[in-house]
Design a protein around this ligand. Structure first.
Ligand SMILES: CC(=O)SCCNC(=O)CCNC(=O)[C@H](O)C(C)(C)COP(=O)(O)OP(=O)(O)OC[C@H]1O[C@@H](n2cnc3c(N)ncnc32)[C@H](O)[C@@H]1OP(=O)(O)O
Ligand SMILES: CC(=O)C(=O)O
Length: 548
Protein backbone atom coordinates (compact mmCIF):
# COMPACT_ATOMS: atom_id res chain seq x y z
CA UNK A 1 0.00 0.00 0.00
CA UNK A 2 1.35 3.45 -0.88
CA UNK A 3 1.90 6.02 1.86
CA UNK A 4 -0.95 8.47 2.32
CA UNK A 5 -0.03 11.83 0.77
CA UNK A 6 -0.71 15.05 2.58
CA UNK A 7 -4.19 16.57 2.07
CA UNK A 8 -4.30 19.97 0.37
CA UNK A 9 -3.89 22.88 2.83
CA UNK A 10 -6.64 25.49 2.89
CA UNK A 11 -4.36 27.99 1.11
CA UNK A 12 -1.79 26.90 -1.47
CA UNK A 13 0.18 29.04 -3.95
CA UNK A 14 1.53 28.09 -7.38
CA UNK A 15 4.17 30.75 -8.06
CA UNK A 16 5.87 30.96 -11.44
CA UNK A 17 9.29 32.59 -11.80
CA UNK A 18 9.97 31.82 -15.49
CA UNK A 19 10.22 35.55 -16.26
CA UNK A 20 12.63 36.21 -13.35
CA UNK A 21 14.73 33.20 -12.31
CA UNK A 22 13.97 31.42 -15.64
CA UNK A 23 15.53 34.30 -17.53
CA UNK A 24 18.70 33.89 -15.42
CA UNK A 25 19.40 30.81 -17.60
CA UNK A 26 22.45 31.03 -19.84
CA UNK A 27 21.37 31.79 -23.41
CA UNK A 28 17.84 32.87 -22.51
CA UNK A 29 17.11 36.52 -23.24
CA UNK A 30 13.65 38.00 -23.29
CA UNK A 31 12.44 41.23 -24.83
CA UNK A 32 9.52 43.12 -23.28
CA UNK A 33 7.25 41.68 -25.98
CA UNK A 34 8.49 38.14 -25.19
CA UNK A 35 7.75 38.71 -21.51
CA UNK A 36 4.25 39.95 -22.24
CA UNK A 37 3.56 36.88 -24.39
CA UNK A 38 4.89 34.49 -21.75
CA UNK A 39 2.94 36.26 -18.99
CA UNK A 40 -0.23 35.72 -21.05
CA UNK A 41 0.58 32.01 -21.49
CA UNK A 42 1.25 31.56 -17.76
CA UNK A 43 -2.06 33.25 -17.04
CA UNK A 44 -3.76 30.76 -19.39
CA UNK A 45 -2.07 27.92 -17.53
CA UNK A 46 -3.70 29.24 -14.39
CA UNK A 47 -0.74 29.70 -12.05
CA UNK A 48 -1.56 31.88 -9.05
CA UNK A 49 1.44 34.24 -9.23
CA UNK A 50 3.63 35.42 -12.11
CA UNK A 51 6.96 36.90 -11.04
CA UNK A 52 7.72 39.25 -13.89
CA UNK A 53 11.28 40.37 -13.17
CA UNK A 54 13.18 42.97 -11.19
CA UNK A 55 11.93 46.54 -11.82
CA UNK A 56 14.74 49.07 -11.64
CA UNK A 57 17.47 46.48 -12.25
CA UNK A 58 17.36 46.82 -16.04
CA UNK A 59 15.33 48.88 -18.53
CA UNK A 60 13.50 45.83 -19.98
CA UNK A 61 12.10 44.75 -16.65
CA UNK A 62 11.07 48.29 -15.75
CA UNK A 63 9.34 48.62 -19.14
CA UNK A 64 7.66 45.25 -18.67
CA UNK A 65 6.06 46.36 -15.38
CA UNK A 66 5.01 49.66 -16.98
CA UNK A 67 3.39 47.69 -19.83
CA UNK A 68 1.67 45.37 -17.34
CA UNK A 69 0.26 48.36 -15.48
CA UNK A 70 -1.53 49.25 -18.72
CA UNK A 71 -4.96 47.60 -18.51
CA UNK A 72 -4.61 46.04 -21.98
CA UNK A 73 -1.99 43.60 -20.69
CA UNK A 74 -3.61 42.87 -17.35
CA UNK A 75 -3.51 39.26 -16.22
CA UNK A 76 -6.94 37.65 -16.08
CA UNK A 77 -6.34 35.20 -13.27
CA UNK A 78 -2.79 35.42 -11.95
CA UNK A 79 -1.36 38.04 -9.59
CA UNK A 80 1.69 39.91 -10.83
CA UNK A 81 4.79 39.89 -8.62
CA UNK A 82 7.77 42.26 -8.74
CA UNK A 83 11.10 40.90 -7.47
CA UNK A 84 13.79 42.88 -5.68
CA UNK A 85 16.14 42.75 -2.72
CA UNK A 86 16.01 44.15 0.80
CA UNK A 87 17.23 47.72 1.14
CA UNK A 88 20.93 48.43 0.89
CA UNK A 89 23.14 48.34 3.99
CA UNK A 90 23.01 51.56 6.04
CA UNK A 91 20.10 53.10 4.13
CA UNK A 92 16.39 53.56 4.93
CA UNK A 93 14.06 51.43 2.79
CA UNK A 94 12.07 54.60 2.09
CA UNK A 95 15.19 56.16 0.50
CA UNK A 96 16.44 53.16 -1.49
CA UNK A 97 15.83 53.65 -5.24
CA UNK A 98 15.40 49.90 -5.86
CA UNK A 99 12.76 49.68 -3.13
CA UNK A 100 11.09 52.65 -4.81
CA UNK A 101 11.15 50.75 -8.11
CA UNK A 102 9.25 47.89 -6.45
CA UNK A 103 6.60 50.32 -5.22
CA UNK A 104 6.43 52.08 -8.57
CA UNK A 105 6.04 48.81 -10.46
CA UNK A 106 2.41 48.80 -9.30
CA UNK A 107 2.62 45.00 -8.97
CA UNK A 108 0.24 43.90 -6.20
CA UNK A 109 2.94 41.65 -4.68
CA UNK A 110 6.64 42.29 -4.05
CA UNK A 111 8.92 39.29 -3.55
CA UNK A 112 12.09 40.29 -1.72
CA UNK A 113 15.27 38.25 -1.69
CA UNK A 114 16.87 38.38 1.76
CA UNK A 115 19.98 36.84 3.27
CA UNK A 116 19.42 34.12 5.85
CA UNK A 117 22.85 32.46 5.88
CA UNK A 118 25.18 34.13 8.39
CA UNK A 119 28.27 33.61 6.21
CA UNK A 120 26.56 35.37 3.27
CA UNK A 121 25.63 38.29 5.49
CA UNK A 122 29.21 38.71 6.68
CA UNK A 123 31.07 37.90 3.45
CA UNK A 124 28.74 38.86 0.57
CA UNK A 125 26.73 41.65 2.17
CA UNK A 126 29.70 42.68 4.33
CA UNK A 127 27.53 43.76 7.24
CA UNK A 128 26.47 42.57 10.66
CA UNK A 129 23.89 39.90 11.38
CA UNK A 130 21.79 42.55 13.20
CA UNK A 131 21.85 44.97 10.26
CA UNK A 132 20.65 42.23 7.88
CA UNK A 133 17.64 41.55 10.12
CA UNK A 134 16.94 45.29 10.22
CA UNK A 135 17.16 45.44 6.42
CA UNK A 136 14.54 42.67 6.17
CA UNK A 137 12.21 44.22 8.75
CA UNK A 138 12.54 47.76 7.37
CA UNK A 139 11.96 46.79 3.72
CA UNK A 140 9.03 44.46 4.38
CA UNK A 141 7.24 46.85 6.72
CA UNK A 142 7.83 49.81 4.38
CA UNK A 143 6.32 48.02 1.35
CA UNK A 144 3.41 46.64 3.38
CA UNK A 145 2.73 50.16 4.67
CA UNK A 146 2.79 51.37 1.06
CA UNK A 147 0.06 48.84 0.22
CA UNK A 148 1.95 45.93 -1.35
CA UNK A 149 1.63 42.32 -0.32
CA UNK A 150 5.11 40.97 0.42
CA UNK A 151 6.69 37.54 0.10
CA UNK A 152 10.30 37.00 1.19
CA UNK A 153 12.72 34.58 -0.51
CA UNK A 154 15.29 33.51 2.09
CA UNK A 155 18.36 32.92 -0.07
CA UNK A 156 20.65 30.00 0.89
CA UNK A 157 18.22 29.09 3.66
CA UNK A 158 19.07 25.36 3.73
CA UNK A 159 22.86 25.84 3.67
CA UNK A 160 22.48 28.60 6.26
CA UNK A 161 20.28 26.43 8.48
CA UNK A 162 22.95 23.75 8.56
CA UNK A 163 25.60 26.20 9.76
CA UNK A 164 23.53 28.44 12.00
CA UNK A 165 19.90 27.28 12.43
CA UNK A 166 19.06 29.91 15.01
CA UNK A 167 20.04 32.77 12.66
CA UNK A 168 18.29 31.24 9.61
CA UNK A 169 15.08 30.90 11.64
CA UNK A 170 15.49 34.43 13.02
CA UNK A 171 15.48 35.74 9.43
CA UNK A 172 12.23 33.82 8.77
CA UNK A 173 10.57 35.17 11.92
CA UNK A 174 11.75 38.72 11.26
CA UNK A 175 10.24 38.70 7.78
CA UNK A 176 6.91 37.30 9.01
CA UNK A 177 6.70 39.69 11.97
CA UNK A 178 7.32 42.64 9.64
CA UNK A 179 4.35 41.59 7.52
CA UNK A 180 5.57 39.05 4.95
CA UNK A 181 2.69 36.71 4.04
CA UNK A 182 4.93 33.84 3.00
CA UNK A 183 8.60 33.17 3.67
CA UNK A 184 10.11 31.10 0.90
CA UNK A 185 12.98 28.78 1.82
CA UNK A 186 15.44 28.78 -1.07
CA UNK A 187 17.88 26.04 -2.00
CA UNK A 188 19.84 28.66 -3.88
CA UNK A 189 22.87 26.49 -4.67
CA UNK A 190 20.65 23.48 -5.42
CA UNK A 191 22.73 21.10 -3.33
CA UNK A 192 19.97 19.60 -1.19
CA UNK A 193 18.44 16.13 -1.25
CA UNK A 194 14.78 15.38 -0.44
CA UNK A 195 15.28 13.93 3.08
CA UNK A 196 17.30 16.99 4.13
CA UNK A 197 14.71 19.37 2.72
CA UNK A 198 11.93 17.45 4.48
CA UNK A 199 13.76 17.57 7.79
CA UNK A 200 14.65 21.27 7.64
CA UNK A 201 11.21 22.40 6.43
CA UNK A 202 9.59 20.40 9.24
CA UNK A 203 11.80 22.22 11.77
CA UNK A 204 11.16 25.64 10.16
CA UNK A 205 7.40 24.96 10.10
CA UNK A 206 7.51 24.91 13.91
CA UNK A 207 7.84 28.72 13.74
CA UNK A 208 4.22 28.80 12.54
CA UNK A 209 5.23 31.03 9.61
CA UNK A 210 3.57 30.14 6.24
CA UNK A 211 6.45 28.67 4.21
CA UNK A 212 7.27 28.33 0.54
CA UNK A 213 9.95 26.41 -1.36
CA UNK A 214 12.26 27.57 -4.17
CA UNK A 215 14.52 24.73 -5.36
CA UNK A 216 17.33 24.67 -7.92
CA UNK A 217 18.17 21.50 -9.82
CA UNK A 218 21.91 21.08 -9.23
CA UNK A 219 21.46 17.59 -7.75
CA UNK A 220 18.70 16.75 -10.24
CA UNK A 221 16.28 16.82 -7.28
CA UNK A 222 14.51 20.18 -7.67
CA UNK A 223 11.05 18.70 -8.24
CA UNK A 224 11.57 16.01 -5.57
CA UNK A 225 12.87 18.63 -3.13
CA UNK A 226 9.81 20.79 -3.82
CA UNK A 227 7.49 17.87 -3.07
CA UNK A 228 9.48 17.01 0.07
CA UNK A 229 8.96 20.58 1.26
CA UNK A 230 5.25 20.36 0.49
CA UNK A 231 5.02 17.12 2.47
CA UNK A 232 6.74 18.87 5.37
CA UNK A 233 4.25 21.73 5.36
CA UNK A 234 5.13 24.26 2.63
CA UNK A 235 2.03 26.01 1.24
CA UNK A 236 3.72 27.82 -1.67
CA UNK A 237 5.77 26.31 -4.52
CA UNK A 238 8.01 28.26 -6.88
CA UNK A 239 9.26 26.98 -10.20
CA UNK A 240 9.68 27.72 -13.88
CA UNK A 241 8.11 26.28 -17.01
CA UNK A 242 10.53 23.94 -18.81
CA UNK A 243 12.78 24.15 -15.73
CA UNK A 244 14.59 27.22 -17.05
CA UNK A 245 16.82 28.98 -14.54
CA UNK A 246 20.26 29.83 -13.27
CA UNK A 247 22.86 27.02 -13.87
CA UNK A 248 20.94 23.70 -14.07
CA UNK A 249 17.63 25.46 -13.68
CA UNK A 250 14.73 25.59 -11.25
CA UNK A 251 12.08 23.09 -10.25
CA UNK A 252 10.00 22.45 -13.37
CA UNK A 253 6.66 23.94 -12.42
CA UNK A 254 4.42 21.86 -14.67
CA UNK A 255 5.92 18.66 -13.22
CA UNK A 256 5.35 19.97 -9.69
CA UNK A 257 1.76 20.97 -10.42
CA UNK A 258 0.93 17.80 -12.39
CA UNK A 259 2.29 15.67 -9.54
CA UNK A 260 0.21 17.59 -7.02
CA UNK A 261 -2.92 17.49 -9.17
CA UNK A 262 -2.66 13.93 -10.45
CA UNK A 263 -0.84 12.05 -7.69
CA UNK A 264 -1.84 14.00 -4.58
CA UNK A 265 -5.29 14.71 -6.00
CA UNK A 266 -5.14 18.45 -5.28
CA UNK A 267 -7.10 20.73 -7.61
CA UNK A 268 -4.71 23.65 -8.23
CA UNK A 269 -5.27 24.96 -11.74
CA UNK A 270 -8.61 26.11 -13.16
CA UNK A 271 -10.69 23.30 -14.64
CA UNK A 272 -9.30 22.05 -17.96
CA UNK A 273 -6.07 24.05 -17.69
CA UNK A 274 -3.79 21.04 -17.08
CA UNK A 275 -4.87 19.69 -20.47
CA UNK A 276 -3.28 22.82 -22.00
CA UNK A 277 0.06 22.23 -20.24
CA UNK A 278 1.89 20.60 -23.18
CA UNK A 279 0.78 23.30 -25.63
CA UNK A 280 1.73 26.09 -23.22
CA UNK A 281 5.15 24.58 -22.36
CA UNK A 282 5.98 24.29 -26.08
CA UNK A 283 4.62 27.76 -26.84
CA UNK A 284 6.85 29.22 -24.11
CA UNK A 285 9.84 27.34 -25.58
CA UNK A 286 9.07 28.93 -28.96
CA UNK A 287 9.20 32.40 -27.36
CA UNK A 288 12.37 31.77 -25.35
CA UNK A 289 13.96 30.03 -28.37
CA UNK A 290 15.41 27.55 -25.87
CA UNK A 291 13.96 24.15 -26.76
CA UNK A 292 12.55 22.13 -23.93
CA UNK A 293 13.84 18.61 -23.44
CA UNK A 294 12.01 15.86 -25.33
CA UNK A 295 12.36 13.83 -22.13
CA UNK A 296 10.70 16.45 -19.94
CA UNK A 297 8.15 14.74 -17.67
CA UNK A 298 4.49 15.04 -18.68
CA UNK A 299 4.86 17.51 -21.57
CA UNK A 300 7.95 16.31 -23.49
CA UNK A 301 7.73 15.01 -27.04
CA UNK A 302 9.00 11.61 -25.81
CA UNK A 303 7.04 11.51 -22.54
CA UNK A 304 4.58 9.00 -23.98
CA UNK A 305 6.61 7.64 -26.94
CA UNK A 306 6.97 3.86 -27.06
CA UNK A 307 9.86 2.25 -28.87
CA UNK A 308 10.39 -1.26 -27.47
CA UNK A 309 8.51 -4.16 -29.02
CA UNK A 310 7.48 -5.59 -25.63
CA UNK A 311 6.00 -2.28 -24.57
CA UNK A 312 4.02 -1.95 -27.80
CA UNK A 313 2.64 -5.50 -27.59
CA UNK A 314 1.23 -4.78 -24.11
CA UNK A 315 0.02 -1.28 -25.05
CA UNK A 316 -1.95 -2.83 -27.90
CA UNK A 317 -4.02 -4.56 -25.21
CA UNK A 318 -4.19 -1.58 -22.82
CA UNK A 319 -2.13 1.65 -23.09
CA UNK A 320 -2.11 1.98 -19.30
CA UNK A 321 0.11 -1.09 -19.04
CA UNK A 322 3.10 1.09 -20.00
CA UNK A 323 1.93 4.63 -19.11
CA UNK A 324 1.58 6.23 -15.68
CA UNK A 325 -1.25 8.52 -16.81
CA UNK A 326 -3.40 9.12 -19.87
CA UNK A 327 -1.30 11.61 -21.92
CA UNK A 328 -4.43 13.57 -22.86
CA UNK A 329 -4.74 14.73 -19.24
CA UNK A 330 -1.69 16.98 -19.76
CA UNK A 331 -2.46 17.63 -23.44
CA UNK A 332 0.21 15.24 -24.70
CA UNK A 333 -0.09 12.28 -27.11
CA UNK A 334 0.99 8.68 -27.09
CA UNK A 335 3.40 8.01 -29.96
CA UNK A 336 4.37 4.64 -31.35
CA UNK A 337 7.94 4.56 -32.64
CA UNK A 338 9.18 2.34 -35.44
CA UNK A 339 12.78 1.18 -35.19
CA UNK A 340 14.99 -1.91 -35.05
CA UNK A 341 13.58 -2.48 -31.53
CA UNK A 342 10.08 -2.79 -32.92
CA UNK A 343 8.04 -5.95 -32.85
CA UNK A 344 4.91 -6.72 -34.85
CA UNK A 345 2.78 -4.72 -32.41
CA UNK A 346 4.66 -1.43 -33.01
CA UNK A 347 4.29 -1.90 -36.76
CA UNK A 348 0.60 -2.82 -36.53
CA UNK A 349 -0.21 0.16 -34.29
CA UNK A 350 1.81 2.61 -36.36
CA UNK A 351 0.19 1.19 -39.52
CA UNK A 352 -3.25 1.66 -37.98
CA UNK A 353 -2.35 5.25 -37.04
CA UNK A 354 -1.46 5.84 -40.71
CA UNK A 355 -4.67 4.18 -41.94
CA UNK A 356 -3.31 0.75 -43.04
CA UNK A 357 -4.69 -2.60 -41.93
CA UNK A 358 -1.70 -4.71 -40.84
CA UNK A 359 -3.68 -7.14 -38.72
CA UNK A 360 -2.37 -10.06 -40.80
CA UNK A 361 0.40 -11.50 -38.60
CA UNK A 362 2.57 -12.66 -41.52
CA UNK A 363 2.33 -9.33 -43.28
CA UNK A 364 3.18 -7.47 -40.05
CA UNK A 365 6.09 -9.85 -39.40
CA UNK A 366 7.42 -9.31 -42.95
CA UNK A 367 7.27 -5.52 -42.60
CA UNK A 368 8.92 -5.74 -39.17
CA UNK A 369 11.79 -7.67 -40.74
CA UNK A 370 12.06 -5.13 -43.58
CA UNK A 371 12.32 -2.34 -41.00
CA UNK A 372 14.99 -4.19 -39.00
CA UNK A 373 17.03 -4.91 -42.17
CA UNK A 374 16.79 -1.29 -43.33
CA UNK A 375 17.71 0.05 -39.87
CA UNK A 376 20.73 -2.29 -39.84
CA UNK A 377 21.78 -0.66 -43.13
CA UNK A 378 21.53 2.81 -41.52
CA UNK A 379 17.95 3.96 -42.11
CA UNK A 380 15.96 5.30 -39.18
CA UNK A 381 12.19 5.35 -39.22
CA UNK A 382 11.75 6.68 -35.71
CA UNK A 383 12.55 10.15 -37.03
CA UNK A 384 11.53 9.58 -40.67
CA UNK A 385 7.83 8.89 -40.35
CA UNK A 386 7.20 9.69 -44.04
CA UNK A 387 9.80 7.18 -45.24
CA UNK A 388 8.15 4.53 -43.06
CA UNK A 389 4.83 5.19 -44.74
CA UNK A 390 6.46 4.86 -48.17
CA UNK A 391 8.06 1.56 -47.06
CA UNK A 392 4.62 0.31 -45.95
CA UNK A 393 3.01 1.36 -49.19
CA UNK A 394 5.76 -0.40 -51.20
CA UNK A 395 5.23 -3.62 -49.20
CA UNK A 396 1.45 -3.38 -49.63
CA UNK A 397 1.78 -2.51 -53.31
CA UNK A 398 -0.09 0.74 -52.65
CA UNK A 399 2.52 3.22 -53.85
CA UNK A 400 1.10 5.46 -56.57
CA UNK A 401 3.62 6.25 -59.32
CA UNK A 402 3.50 10.02 -59.50
CA UNK A 403 6.82 10.10 -61.35
CA UNK A 404 9.59 7.79 -62.51
CA UNK A 405 13.20 8.94 -62.38
CA UNK A 406 15.43 7.67 -65.18
CA UNK A 407 18.68 9.34 -64.16
CA UNK A 408 20.17 12.38 -62.48
CA UNK A 409 23.58 13.96 -62.28
CA UNK A 410 25.14 16.88 -60.41
CA UNK A 411 28.03 19.07 -61.46
CA UNK A 412 29.69 21.55 -59.08
CA UNK A 413 32.26 24.13 -60.06
CA UNK A 414 34.29 25.64 -57.22
CA UNK A 415 35.91 29.08 -57.02
CA UNK A 416 39.70 29.14 -57.10
CA UNK A 417 39.60 31.10 -53.85
CA UNK A 418 36.85 32.25 -51.51
CA UNK A 419 35.24 35.41 -52.84
CA UNK A 420 36.87 35.15 -56.32
CA UNK A 421 34.84 36.09 -59.39
CA UNK A 422 33.61 33.40 -61.73
CA UNK A 423 30.93 30.88 -62.53
CA UNK A 424 30.19 28.71 -59.65
CA UNK A 425 27.65 26.98 -58.22
CA UNK A 426 26.03 23.74 -59.01
CA UNK A 427 23.96 22.38 -61.82
CA UNK A 428 21.79 19.29 -61.75
CA UNK A 429 20.19 17.47 -64.65
CA UNK A 430 17.28 15.15 -64.00
CA UNK A 431 15.54 12.86 -66.50
CA UNK A 432 12.12 11.78 -65.34
CA UNK A 433 8.59 11.05 -66.54
CA UNK A 434 5.47 12.45 -64.91
CA UNK A 435 1.95 11.83 -66.16
CA UNK A 436 3.40 10.05 -69.20
CA UNK A 437 5.65 12.98 -70.23
CA UNK A 438 9.38 12.18 -70.29
CA UNK A 439 11.62 15.19 -69.78
CA UNK A 440 15.18 16.28 -69.17
CA UNK A 441 15.34 19.29 -66.86
CA UNK A 442 18.19 21.35 -65.45
CA UNK A 443 18.23 23.04 -62.06
CA UNK A 444 20.83 25.37 -60.60
CA UNK A 445 21.62 26.02 -56.98
CA UNK A 446 24.21 27.18 -54.50
CA UNK A 447 24.99 23.59 -53.57
CA UNK A 448 24.15 20.08 -54.70
CA UNK A 449 21.01 19.64 -52.57
CA UNK A 450 19.68 23.03 -53.65
CA UNK A 451 20.35 22.18 -57.33
CA UNK A 452 18.74 18.73 -57.02
CA UNK A 453 15.72 20.35 -55.40
CA UNK A 454 15.38 22.92 -58.19
CA UNK A 455 15.76 20.30 -60.91
CA UNK A 456 13.10 17.98 -59.44
CA UNK A 457 10.78 20.89 -58.78
CA UNK A 458 11.22 22.20 -62.37
CA UNK A 459 10.58 18.72 -63.76
CA UNK A 460 7.45 18.06 -61.69
CA UNK A 461 5.87 21.53 -61.82
CA UNK A 462 4.03 21.13 -65.18
CA UNK A 463 2.30 17.95 -64.00
CA UNK A 464 1.94 18.89 -60.32
CA UNK A 465 1.96 22.66 -59.67
CA UNK A 466 1.49 21.89 -55.95
CA UNK A 467 5.26 21.18 -55.68
CA UNK A 468 5.84 24.93 -55.47
CA UNK A 469 4.37 24.78 -51.97
CA UNK A 470 7.00 22.24 -50.86
CA UNK A 471 9.93 23.67 -48.97
CA UNK A 472 12.89 21.99 -47.29
CA UNK A 473 12.97 23.22 -43.67
CA UNK A 474 15.64 21.04 -42.12
CA UNK A 475 18.57 18.96 -43.35
CA UNK A 476 20.58 16.76 -41.02
CA UNK A 477 23.45 14.52 -41.89
CA UNK A 478 25.42 12.11 -39.77
CA UNK A 479 28.22 9.66 -40.36
CA UNK A 480 27.24 6.07 -39.58
CA UNK A 481 30.66 4.37 -39.51
CA UNK A 482 32.95 6.80 -37.76
CA UNK A 483 36.24 5.00 -38.47
CA UNK A 484 35.89 5.50 -42.24
CA UNK A 485 36.73 9.17 -42.69
CA UNK A 486 35.46 10.77 -45.87
CA UNK A 487 34.35 7.45 -47.40
CA UNK A 488 31.97 6.76 -44.50
CA UNK A 489 28.35 5.86 -45.06
CA UNK A 490 26.08 8.78 -44.21
CA UNK A 491 22.46 9.16 -43.27
CA UNK A 492 20.54 12.22 -44.41
CA UNK A 493 17.25 13.31 -42.85
CA UNK A 494 15.23 15.94 -44.67
CA UNK A 495 12.23 17.71 -43.23
CA UNK A 496 9.84 19.26 -45.73
CA UNK A 497 6.71 21.33 -45.37
CA UNK A 498 3.85 22.30 -47.66
CA UNK A 499 2.87 25.09 -45.28
CA UNK A 500 0.24 22.92 -43.57
CA UNK A 501 2.17 19.90 -42.39
CA UNK A 502 5.79 18.77 -42.07
CA UNK A 503 7.24 15.36 -42.87
CA UNK A 504 10.64 13.73 -42.61
CA UNK A 505 12.33 11.37 -45.05
CA UNK A 506 15.62 9.49 -44.87
CA UNK A 507 18.33 8.51 -47.33
CA UNK A 508 21.48 6.44 -46.76
CA UNK A 509 24.60 6.04 -48.88
CA UNK A 510 28.34 6.39 -49.12
CA UNK A 511 27.78 9.37 -51.34
CA UNK A 512 26.19 12.26 -49.45
CA UNK A 513 24.55 13.57 -52.64
CA UNK A 514 23.04 10.17 -53.39
CA UNK A 515 21.71 9.87 -49.82
CA UNK A 516 20.30 13.40 -50.13
CA UNK A 517 18.69 12.50 -53.44
CA UNK A 518 16.94 9.48 -51.90
CA UNK A 519 15.57 11.55 -49.02
CA UNK A 520 14.60 14.42 -51.33
CA UNK A 521 12.80 12.35 -53.98
CA UNK A 522 10.90 10.48 -51.23
CA UNK A 523 9.97 13.88 -49.74
CA UNK A 524 8.40 14.91 -53.08
CA UNK A 525 6.64 11.56 -53.43
CA UNK A 526 5.17 11.71 -49.92
CA UNK A 527 4.16 15.34 -50.44
CA UNK A 528 2.30 14.48 -53.65
CA UNK A 529 0.50 11.51 -52.05
CA UNK A 530 -0.73 13.76 -49.26
CA UNK A 531 -1.31 16.92 -51.25
CA UNK A 532 -5.05 16.51 -50.93
CA UNK A 533 -5.15 15.13 -47.37
CA UNK A 534 -7.03 17.67 -45.23
CA UNK A 535 -5.61 17.05 -41.71
CA UNK A 536 -2.11 18.43 -41.10
CA UNK A 537 0.24 16.16 -39.13
CA UNK A 538 2.07 17.49 -36.03
CA UNK A 539 5.28 19.38 -36.81
CA UNK A 540 8.25 17.90 -34.97
CA UNK A 541 10.68 20.38 -33.47
CA UNK A 542 14.01 20.22 -35.26
CA UNK A 543 17.02 19.03 -33.27
CA UNK A 544 20.51 19.56 -34.75
CA UNK A 545 20.33 21.70 -37.87
CA UNK A 546 22.92 21.70 -40.63
CA UNK A 547 22.91 24.33 -43.31
CA UNK A 548 22.98 23.00 -46.85
C1 LIG B 1 19.57 34.09 -5.69
C2 LIG B 1 19.13 34.95 -6.79
O1 LIG B 1 19.15 34.50 -7.91
S1 LIG B 1 18.57 36.47 -6.45
C3 LIG B 1 18.35 37.24 -8.02
C4 LIG B 1 19.62 37.72 -8.59
N1 LIG B 1 19.35 38.43 -9.81
C5 LIG B 1 20.17 39.37 -10.25
O2 LIG B 1 21.20 39.66 -9.67
C6 LIG B 1 19.80 40.00 -11.56
C7 LIG B 1 19.63 41.52 -11.47
N2 LIG B 1 20.71 42.17 -10.81
C8 LIG B 1 21.22 43.38 -11.22
O3 LIG B 1 20.80 43.93 -12.21
C9 LIG B 1 22.27 44.02 -10.35
O4 LIG B 1 22.97 43.03 -9.64
C10 LIG B 1 21.62 45.04 -9.36
C11 LIG B 1 20.99 46.17 -10.17
C12 LIG B 1 20.52 44.39 -8.55
C13 LIG B 1 22.66 45.56 -8.40
O5 LIG B 1 23.73 46.03 -9.16
P1 LIG B 1 24.98 46.80 -8.50
O6 LIG B 1 24.48 47.93 -7.69
O7 LIG B 1 25.90 47.11 -9.62
O8 LIG B 1 25.62 45.78 -7.46
P2 LIG B 1 26.28 44.35 -7.71
O9 LIG B 1 25.37 43.51 -8.55
O10 LIG B 1 27.69 44.45 -8.15
O11 LIG B 1 26.29 43.78 -6.21
C14 LIG B 1 25.13 43.55 -5.50
C15 LIG B 1 25.06 44.44 -4.28
O12 LIG B 1 23.86 44.13 -3.58
C16 LIG B 1 24.15 43.68 -2.25
N3 LIG B 1 23.16 42.69 -1.93
C17 LIG B 1 23.16 41.37 -2.23
N4 LIG B 1 22.07 40.80 -1.74
C18 LIG B 1 21.36 41.75 -1.13
C19 LIG B 1 20.15 41.74 -0.42
N5 LIG B 1 19.43 40.63 -0.28
N6 LIG B 1 19.69 42.91 0.07
C20 LIG B 1 20.39 44.05 -0.09
N7 LIG B 1 21.54 44.10 -0.75
C21 LIG B 1 22.03 42.97 -1.25
C22 LIG B 1 25.56 43.14 -2.36
O13 LIG B 1 26.18 43.11 -1.10
C23 LIG B 1 26.21 44.16 -3.29
O14 LIG B 1 26.45 45.31 -2.55
P3 LIG B 1 27.62 46.38 -2.92
O15 LIG B 1 27.06 47.16 -4.07
O16 LIG B 1 27.75 47.18 -1.68
O17 LIG B 1 28.82 45.58 -3.27
C1 LIG C 1 15.82 33.81 -4.71
C2 LIG C 1 16.42 32.85 -5.60
O1 LIG C 1 16.28 32.92 -6.79
C3 LIG C 1 17.25 31.81 -5.01
O2 LIG C 1 17.56 31.85 -3.84
O3 LIG C 1 17.64 30.91 -5.79
Amino acid sequence: MFAQLRPKPAEFHVFDTTLRDGSQQEGLNLSVADKLTIAGLLDELGVGFVEGGWPGANPNDTAFFAAMADGANALRRATLVAFGFTRRVGMRAADDPLTAALRDSRAPVACLVAKSHDRHVEQALRTTLRENLDMIADTVSHLVAEGQRVFVDCEHFFDGYRENPAYALEAVRTAAEAGAEVVVLCDTNGGMLPPWVGEIVTEAAATGVPLGIHAHNDTGCAVANTLAAVDAGAMHVQGTVNGYGERTGNAELISVVANLELKYGWPLLPEGALAEASRIAHAIAEVTNVPSSARQPYVGLSSFAHKAGLHASAIKVDPNLYQHIDPAVVGNDMRMLVSDMAGRANIQMKGEELGFDLSDRELAARITQRVKDAEAAGYTYEAADASFELLLRRELDQLPEYFAVHSWRVFTQGHPAPGAEGETDTECTVRLSAKGQAQRVVGEGNGPVNALDHAVRNALRPAYPVVDRFELIDYRVRILDQGHGTDATVRVLIQTTDGRRAWTTVGVGQNIVEASWEALSDAYLYGLIHAETPEPAAVRPAEERVSV
